[in-house]
Design a protein around this ligand. Structure first.
Ligand SMILES: [Zn+2]
Length: 148
């Protein structure tokens, strides 16, 4: 009984040593991320260096960083059960719909007539717009991108 336990202990300790050796081998292998970390300046004041990831130019601005969001609305726009037509030119399809930072919703027809639509709100816009896929420095750039 005593001998058997001693042999079990020996085998256990041997297995521990092998596992430790294996871990040390893996610890010496560099990870792809290690090369980035070693290039970063070491923090000698005890602060943790947070890698700048993703880079600033890959980060999408939040909706508070922009004046508004816009989408193209090709089919007739039905508001309160009625097809909405531009009050100035009568066109009723192919709108640009804006959701501004103040949560107001604006409609712009193909002729460029632009009017605030109080019956639509940010919740309506968010239900109907897809994910934001482009950021435009100017309104004109956004309109061009959306085909207006
Ligand atoms: Zn119009």
């Amino acid at each position: 009984m005593f001998r058997r336990r001693a042999r079990d202990d020996r085998e256990f300790r041997q297995a521990q040593r092998e596992a430790l050796a294996l871990r040390q081998i893996h610890a010496q292998e560099p990870w792809p991320s290690d090369t980035i970390q070693t290039k970063a300046p070491a923090a000698d004041n005890g602060e943790t260096v947070v890698p700048d990831f993703p880079p600033a130019d890959l980060r999408a601005p939040s909706r508070h960083d922009v004046e508004g969001v816009m989408m193209r609305w090709m089919p007739p726009l039905v508001i309160d059960g009625e097809v909405h037509a531009c009050p100035q030119c009568g066109t009723y399809r192919d709108w640009i719909v804006f959701n501004m930072n103040d949560d107001s919703v604006w409609l712009r027809c193909t002729a460029g007539h632009q009017v605030m639509e109080p019956r639509l709100d940010a919740a309506w816009f968010n239900r109907n717009c897809g994910p934001v896929d482009h950021w435009h420095p100017t309104l004109e750039d956004g309109l061009r991108h959306l085909g207006h």
